[in-house]
Design a protein around this ligand. Structure first.
Ligand SMILES: Nc1ncnc2c1ncn2[C@@H]1O[C@H](COP(=O)(O)OP(=O)(O)O)[C@@H](O)[C@H]1O
Ligand SMILES: [Mg+2]
Length: 322
């Protein structure tokens, strides 16, 4: 759970469930200022780790530090005494923050790893799309040839049925081509996200009968990594609409608010209880969870808004550098 920080909640927390961290911090800092021993610094580090474990934020630790310092600095200290105490307190503060720094670095490394996994997945999607396109195409062509040969050798064949079968084969080929292009749209690289989403929306509409629209209010192209991630997220979102939503319409919308890109995928379907579903599929790492991870690896946010009978909305924001 993310903790929204404000002075009010912090003070409520101080009185409520976590008075210990502020008190412990103050006591350990007092100890360190008095004796400057390594053990007290280790304590600072441990307090930082506990705080991190309990989702206490960096801002809260900064407030605790500030309040502790206000209480501990003697009013009558000379400028040089105060200077020394402040320098020592700074050591202590930095030590208590180092678990946050490590976790931040860890998250950055995990994001880098995630991005490279995503690149690998894109490569695989490309390979599957190509085989789907080429190999299925060749197989269908040989079925056509065999069918023609058989027709020539079989004089009393019903020509109408033959042409119906050939038409079905053509449609199958057309569908496979479309699916392969949706799986890895060359149009995304060539003409960008807007064109790719419109192509996707058209295919989804045709296959499912759900009216899918794209609302686009963004100027120009976006970075390729962002376009690819958003294409995947919208694609999975629409797959969910088809698979679970029982919706009559769905909309993918993109707009810029300053340097923040906002994307939403909405439908008017059956909806679901988000908390229940997310707690169950947290371990699977696919679908909604995977979409969230992908967006967060770009520094963005991912929210799922839904309730039974209320439709579903995925809300994505991604900060773009201007
Ligand atoms: N648009 C939607 N409409 C209704 N239910 C949805 C929608 N999107 C997701 N869900 C629900 O959330 C669950 C998890 O979705 P997801 O993580 O994509 O996994 P999967 O699609 O493999 O079940 C679905 O099984 C479904 O119950
Ligand atoms: Mg899904």
């Amino acid at each position: 759970m993310h903790l929204r920080w404000s002075r009010d909640t912090w003070e409520a927390d101080l009185k409520g469930k976590r008075p210990d961290i502020a008190a412990e911090y103050t006591a350990a800092l007092k100890d360190y200022l008095a004796k400057r021993e390594e053990a007290a610094l280790t304590r600072a580090y441990e307090i930082g780790r506990e705080a991190l474990g309990e989702s206490v934020g960096v801002l809260e630790i900064a407030t605790v530090h500030h309040q502790a310092l206000r209480r501990l600095l003697p009013k009558q200290a000379t400028a040089s005494e105060a200077g020394q105490l402040l320098a020592a307190a700074e050591n202590f503060f930095v030590e208590s923050l180092s678990p946050f720094e490590m976790s931040h670095r860890g998250a950055r490394e995990a994001n880098t790893a995630l991005r490279s996994i995503n690149e690998t997945m894109e490569e695989q999607a490309k390979r599957i799309a190509h085989s789907l396109h080429d190999e299925a195409g060749q197989l269908l062509a040989s079925v056509h040839i065999e069918l023609d040969r058989w027709a020539r050798e079989t004089p009393d064949l019903d020509p109408e049925r033959l042409s119906k079968i050939k038409q079905m084969l053509d449609e199958t080929g057309e569908q496979l081509r479309r699916l392969s292009h949706e799986l890895c749209p060359p149009i995304l690289g060539d003409r960008g996200l807007r064109a790719a989403l419109e192509f996707l929306a058209e295919g989804v509409s045709e296959r499912s009968g759900i009216e899918v629209t794209v609302k686009w209010a963004v100027e120009g192209r976006l970075p390729l990594m962002v376009e690819t991630a958003l294409y995947r997220v919208v694609q999975q979102g629409l797959n969910n609409v088809i698979k679970h939503g029982r919706a009559t319409w769905a909309t993918a919308e993109l707009q810029m608010k300053g340097s923040l890109l906002r994307c939403s995928v909405r439908d008017d379907g059956v909806g679901f209880d988000v908390a229940t579903v997310l707690s169950k599929n947290g371990k699977r790492g696919l679908g909604l969870v995977g979409m969230g991870e992908r967006v967060r690896s770009l520094g963005g946010t991912f929210k799922v808004l839904s309730a039974p009978g209320k439709g579903t909305e995925l809300l994505i924001t991604i900060p773009l550098e201007k």
